[in-house]
Structure formats: C-alpha cells, structure tokens
Design a protein around this ligand. Structure first.
Ligand SMILES: [Ca+2]
Ligand SMILES: [Ca+2]
Ligand SMILES: [Ca+2]
Length: 271
C-alpha cells in the first residue's frame, strides 16, 4: 500500500497480519460500524482478488466497511479500486456521509453493471461513466469541494488511458464526516464486488492517482524484477506485494507476465 503524505485522511485499510506462518487480513483499520466480516477479507489464499498488496475485500449485498476518520471535511478527495462483476442490479459502492457511520449522503457512486454514476448532495453529476466491463479492476477518484465543485475520474481495465470523467462546476454545501465502501445499498445480484487500495486526502490540488500497474514487486519501477515477482506467485513461491494484476482482470495469470513484458518493452514508468 502506497503511503501518502498529502494531508492524509485514511489509507487503506486492509491490513495483513502474519499469524503463526499464515496470513490473516483484517478490516480493523476501518474504524466505523462495519458489516463486512472476516469472510469478506483476504487474498489469494482465500480466493479473494486483490489489486495491491496481499489483502482486499470481496462483498455482496449489504456488506461494507466504514471510515469515520474524516472530521467535518469541506474539501475531500478519495481514490479506490473496484473489481466489477456482471451484477444484474445496481449497487451504491461508495458513500461519503454528513455524519459518522454513513450519515445522510453527500457523495455517492453507483455501479449499474455497465456504468458508474455519481451524485453530490443528491444531484446527479453528468451522465456517468459508461462502457464499464465486468471482471475488471477500475480506479475511481473523486474530488469534492463543498459549495464549489465535484469531479470524478475513472481508469483501469488494463489500460493507462482515462476511461471517463464527470464534473460539475457547482456543488452543494454538505460536509463529509465518514466514508462507506462496499455494497453500501442496492444489490450486487449473485456476484461479489471486490474493493482495494482506498485512500483519502484533503488535498485540493494533488490527485491521488492510480497505482503502478504491473509493479509486482512494489519498488516503483517496471523491470524484470516484476516478472520475477509474478513468476514466484504463479509458482506458489511467494505472493507479490505490489500490483501484479497488470492486465487488471482480477486474476494473476501468465497474461500478467505478458503484460509486464509488454510494459518493460514499452519502457513504461510509474507515476
Ligand atoms: Ca468522522
Ligand atoms: Ca517493480
Ligand atoms: Ca490478471
């Protein structure tokens, strides 16, 4: 997990605890009222897909985690990763609320199965980001300034390109006291959505941005060392601690090694 010094509010949140040789993942860094349980957390050993590090969250309807770290934030930025599925329903996957443990919604993001839709203070922003594929990791970053503006950027699905954006040059007055991540409301159908790498800051000017796709060994560059880290995971020698899911499809396979090779050949760099 990337560590930020940009007026950090919360960085994420799924902690790996080595316990007698085994790996346990916990949600204890989410300090609010949570309905996700141990069964919703884990990593490759639990067949739970992760984007970064070795732990993530897999939730179905009604399961979520809450971060009450925000105080009364008029300026708020958050970025997280969601692993999409063909849900057959619409779920609210993120909510920033006006009071702890959810509160009345100030910011909301819905996943419809093919689009991400955004609201601030109950008002829909733009026409959403469409063309969202199932079974892909997407990075979603939102920025909100009460009484001023809202914007969101979506990227992922194995490309460095921006998938879509929405923005509004006006915004309501609500302030943010908590963040809720998961299947906050609505339904995921029979699917479980994945979540990882949540980070939030008060920065008005500095984007959190995406993690480095394919930096499997978490050293900030794309080299053959990442191919080695991927090989070690593919051969069950050790888990990659960076972002091994280079093609962002929710599985670690030889396709990710190919993806890393292509990024090495393209001299890809990490931001
Ligand atoms: Ca709070
Ligand atoms: Ca690397
Ligand atoms: Ca993959």
């Amino acid at each position: 997990m990337k560590i930020s010094t940009r007026t950090l509010l919360a960085a994420a949140l799924l902690v790996a605890l080595p316990t007698s040789g085994a790996l346990a993942c916990t949600i204890t860094n989410w300090n609010g009222t949570n309905t996700a349980t141990a069964a919703n957390t884990g990593g490759p050993a639990q067949s739970i897909a992760r984007y970064s590090g070795v732990c993530a969250l897999a939730v179905d309807s009604g399961k979520y985690v809450v971060d009450n770290t925000p105080g009364t934030e008029g300026t708020y930025r958050a970025r997280f990763y969601v692993l999409t599925k063909a849900t057959g329903g619409t779920a609210t996957i993120f909510r920033a609320g006006a009071s702890d443990n959810g509160g009345s919604p100030v910011l909301e993001i819905d996943y419809t199965g093919s689009a991400f839709n955004f609201r601030q203070n109950g008002t829909t922003v733009g026409s959403g980001v469409t063309g969202i594929q199932a079974n892909k990791w997407y990075s979603i970053e939102v920025f909100y300034k009460a009484g001023a503006s809202f914007s969101a950027t979506v990227g992922g699905a194995g490309s460095d390109a921006v998938v879509g954006t929405v923005s509004s040059a006006t915004a309501g007055a609500g302030t943010i006291a908590s963040a809720v991540l998961g299947a906050v409301a609505g339904t995921t159908g029979s699917a479980s959505l994945g979540f990882d790498a949540f980070e939030s800051t008060r920065s008005e000017t500095t984007a959190i941005g995406r993690l480095c796709r394919g930096d499997a060994n978490a050293n900030g560059t794309i080299t053959i060392g990442d191919r080695t880290a991927l090989n070690n995971e593919l051969m069950s020698v050790s888990l990659a601690t960076g972002q091994p899911d280079c093609n962002e499809d929710g599985n670690i396979t030889v396709g990710d090694r190919t993806c890393v090779n292509n990024r090495i050949l393209a001299s890809a760099t990490c931001n």
